[in-house]
Write a protein that binds this ligand. Structure first.
Ligand code: ARG
Length: 475
């Protein structure tokens, strides 16, 4: 008999024991025990993986002669019915049955009777949940990888449009040297490319099957773990049964990859927020990704960018959460590990939302080349080009050239003009050998065009980097 919620504390003393493990129990759990113990409200998200795992397990039991073909067929039929019921929203989840595994098993019993009880032969919820969760994380991993690819494609499309669009490059958020907007976009293509690599690495390491480890020690039944591993798309069974049920590295690595990805997204969003301010005006977000103010009619706020910047906290929090859950847990399974799911589900949902919103925003974003060019020429951004010219044309040592350039910059500053506005006589008061050729390097266009070293910002380099990136990242 399954225990039913009565709502009254006293009545709990007389509740029936759990139907799956209640053999040595006279009473059901206290209502509070049920509340702290139940995971069905969140682990119902594992239903498809749980049913998939059970189908593979049942088939293997039949093949190994552990289960009769008739029982196997009934189990398969029952599980498929349950899958349809859940998908149609008709399945009644019962918190008294704790988790997704026992909810499905109880329903299977009501559908097919005794054969349901044979499904759990050579299996425990410990290897079952480890298998389900791995499969779920693997799917999430694949969705996020696809999302990252879309985002890279959106960034590359911007880079193609703006391979030659000059903007100021910053260090310390102070104007440093001119770069191109395309080069800036391609920097993020690299960052999100490394994220894809992290997800791919994590996926490859995680793709081993815990199924058949049973509770922790393996089983006395003649099971075929390779068969279930293959059926579920795993590369191989996990080598050690104790490790199989107690390992959550796959979840930690997934969360670590999500965290680095989210922080990359947050850096890009911080830049977008800055670029959208009137002081910069480098980009304009579409109406679809902006919001207005209820009081200030002129406002156009980059809320999506701010929210993405903020959401990194949730994702990094989930990683910290699971690290602290796992820290100090002795082998093998402990119920603490049930706390692995909520933070991970939330982080995965958040990561997907971040990627979708960021891709949408980047696709629609319009660069404002005039504003970028105007600022690219301020702040003496071509001072390094002047110093390099002094080395190349006059043979000065770079340190001396640096000093001479510093004095010319301070001369321009005292006159309130940019470097290219100084006349040659002014410059010659600092270094007599400077000649007219120097003006060839003082414009921002000349500056970016000269940065042809590997990985540099010259427009021709950027165009080359784009075509290489498309190949490397399959875009
Ligand atoms: N709901 C449990 C979890 O998520 C399933 C495993 C329960 N195993 C056990 N030995 N109580 O971790």
């Amino acid at each position: 008999m399954s225990s039913k919620k009565t709502g009254s504390k006293g009545a709990n003393q007389h509740k029936g024991a759990n139907q799956q493990w209640g053999g040595r129990f006279d009473h059901g759990p206290d209502e509070i025990m049920e509340r702290i113990n139940a995971s069905i409200d969140f682990d119902r998200r594992l239903y498809a993986q749980d049913i998939g795992g059970s189908l593979a397990h049942a088939k293997m039991l039949v093949q190994q002669g552990i289960l009769s073909a008739e029982d196997g067929a009934e189990i398969e039929h029952g599980l498929n019915t349950i899958s349809r019921e859940i998908e149609a929203g008709e399945f009644v989840f019962d918190p008294a049955l704790e988790d997704i595994h026992m909810n499905i098993e109880a329903r299977l019993k009501s559908l097919i009777g005794d054969a349901a009880g044979r499904l759990h032969t050579a299996r425990s919820r410990n290897d079952q949940v480890a298998t389900d969760f791995r499969l779920w994380v693997r799917d999430a991993n694949d969705r996020i990888e696809a999302g990252l690819r879309d985002l890279q494609a959106a960034l590359i499309a911007q880079a193609e449009r703006h391979a030659g669009t000059v903007m100021p490059g910053f260090t310390h958020l102070q104007t440093a040297q001119p770069v191109t907007f395309g080069h800036h976009m391609m920097a993020y293509v690299e960052m999100f490319g490394r994220d894809r690599g992290r997800f791919a690495d994590a996926r490859a390491r995680a793709n081993e099957s815990p199924l058949g480890a049973a509770a922790l020690a393996g089983t006395s039944f003649g099971i075929d773990r390779k068969m279930t591993a293959t059926a579920l798309g795993f590369d191989r069974p996990m080598a050690n049964s104790m490790d199989a049920v107690s390992d959550r590295d796959f979840a930690l690595e997934f969360l670590a990859a999500c965290t680095v990805m989210a922080l990359h997204a947050s850096r890009l969003c911080e830049e977008i927020v800055i670029w959208c301010t009137p002081g910069f005006g480098f980009v304009r977000l579409s109406d679809a990704y902006s919001t207005g103010s209820s009081i200030m009619p002129q406002k156009r706020n980059p809320d999506a960018a701010e929210l993405i910047r903020g959401k990194v906290g949730r994702v990094a929090g989930a990683l910290n959460n699971l690290i602290l859950v796992m820290k100090g847990l002795p082998l093998t399974y402990a119920k603490d590990m049930q706390e692995d799911k909520e933070p991970l589900f939330d982080a995965a949902d958040t990561a997907e939302l971040i990627l979708a919103a960021l891709s949408g925003m980047i696709k629609d974003m319009e660069a404002v080349p005039t504003a970028m060019a105007a600022q690219a020429g301020t702040g003496y951004s071509t001072a390094t080009d002047l110093a390099d010219w002094l080395v190349r044309a006059l043979g000065l040592a770079f340190r001396d050239a640096h000093h001479v350039t510093g004095r010319i910059v301070s001369l321009a500053e005292s006159k309130g003009v940019q470097l290219h506005d100084l006349n040659i006589a002014d410059m010659q008061t600092v270094e007599a050998r400077i000649n007219q050729d120097v003006f060839d390097v003082l414009s921002v266009e000349a500056s970016v065009a000269s940065r042809v070293s590997e990985g540099g910002t010259a427009p021709e380099n950027v165009r080359q980097a784009i075509s290489l990136a498309k190949k490397r990242f399959g875009i």
